[in-house]
Design a protein around this ligand. Structure first.
Ligand SMILES: Cc1ncc(COP(=O)(O)O)c(C=O)c1O
Length: 382
């Protein structure tokens, strides 16, 4: 069976993990800081915080920006539910901005329109979370310009996009945002099993993230109320969590990071091959905005005949090709419908959802496997 995505783990990764397993530190040890520094350096961001996963990253990113009751967060409906759930964890309200039918990312024009409406109705968002869907960067210049006019924070959900570039800067450098987050789940570009990273250029946000990741506890006398009692002393000064990454995971991440550019190069080559092999079929292929270079987490095709999606999906599965669908619009999930969202609220994301299939795309996908996928799809579409 060919999955839609999978990790690539080689002997050097295993060696790095074994080294940690034989060391004194399985967690809260030196591998964490090494990994954080390496990711910050790769992205050219000032601070990086390794974390248990991108879901917890989104949660404490919102909390670090003081998100609370009566506040609004806006994100894209074309994302995994975690991009929206983070607002609700903080007791805030969630809303969505429809996608651009070309990029499948949050549409800046729709965002601007909604901001104008929200200003009149006193419902402006405190945080906007653009999602770099499938690894393709959002129009961050436009979103940043709107954030200045309407005074909201930006958290980039870059779960799909480590290694992507936007206007010659690396996604994660936070030049257009307050915070960016990555996911290292096994289907993502690089993996730590479960895991994530939060990046920011703001020292105050960085300090808050460190606190929230680990119970709200500090050992730094600078942040304590009153005097420290001694070397053993710590204080809880906020309500935090245990969202730490282990050193075992960080060692794997560090080893994987060294191969990130090679991984993306191969993904790009495979995507280009899909582009040329599928160009004459009744499909819409992923359009790439010239301002960015995708990390190619996903390769999504749209069927011109949406009524055939289930049949084609099933035919591919029966042929051992485990294609997938990204994403069911978040606002159509039963939980979100209970909050008051309705089918029809974000028509671009809904229309897109009806037509899509994600084809297998990962570093170790073999040329003959890709050929088989292409041929099987061609036959299925006939
Ligand atoms: C866009 C997006 N955001 C957030 C997440 C959550 O990531 P994690 O599984 O690391 O918690 C995912 C995971 O699939 C995702 O695709």
């Amino acid at each position: 069976v060919i999955p839609y995505g999978r990790q690539t783990i080689s002997d050097d990764d295993i060696h790095c993990v074994q080294e940690v397993l034989r060391s004194d530190w399985l967690t809260q040890g030196p591998a964490i800081e090494l990994f954080e520094k390496a990711v910050a350096n790769y992205c050219q961001a000032q601070h990086a915080v390794a974390i248990s996963n991108a879901t917890s990253a989104l949660h404490i990113a919102c909390q670090a920006l003081d998100l609370g009751q009566n506040d609004y967060v806006w994100t894209s409906p074309n994302t995994f539910v975690a991009s929206a759930n983070c607002a609700l964890y903080c007791g805030a309200n969630i809303d969505f901005v429809d996608i651009d039918p070309c990029t499948y990312n949050m549409c800046p024009e729709a965002l601007e329109k909604k901001l104008e409406w929200a200003k009149k109705n006193n419902k402006l968002p405190k945080i906007v979370i653009p999602v770099h869907f499938s690894g393709q960067p959002c129009n961050m210049q436009a979103i940043k310009a709107l954030s200045k006019k309407y005074h909201f924070f930006i958290i980039e959900d870059a779960s799909h996009a480590i290694g992507a570039t936007y206007l010659n800067t690396k996604i994660g450098d936070c030049s257009y945002s307050d915070i960016a987050i990555f996911s290292f789940h096994p289907v993502k570009i690089i993996t730590t099993g479960e895991g994530g990273m939060i990046l920011t250029n703001h020292s105050d946000i960085y300090q808050k993230l460190l606190l929230l990741r680990s119970h709200g506890i500090t050992r730094n006398p600078k942040y304590m109320m009153g005097e420290s009692d001694g070397e053993w002393y710590y204080q809880q000064i906020d309500l935090g969590y245990n969202y730490r990454m282990t050193d075992i995971q960080a060692a794997l991440g560090n080893s994987q990071l060294k191969k990130l550019d090679t991984f993306i190069e191969r993904r790009r080559l495979l995507a280009n091959r899909y582009n040329s092999a599928l160009s004459k079929l009744p499909l819409l292929l992923p359009w790439q905005h010239p301002d960015g270079q995708s990390a190619w987490h996903l390769y999504v095709i749209q069927l011109l005949e949406p009524t055939r999606r289930k049949e084609i999906f099933n035919t591919l599965h029966q042929a051992g090709i485990n294609v997938n669908v990204h994403y069911i619009p978040v606002h159509t999930q039963p939980f979100y419908q209970q909050l008051g969202f309705k089918i029809g609220d974000f028509p671009q994301a809904e229309q897109y959802y009806q037509r899509i299939i994600s084809l297998p795309l990962y570093f170790s996908l073999q040329d003959d496997e890709q050929e088989y996928i292409i041929e099987t799809l061609k036959k299925a579409l006939q």
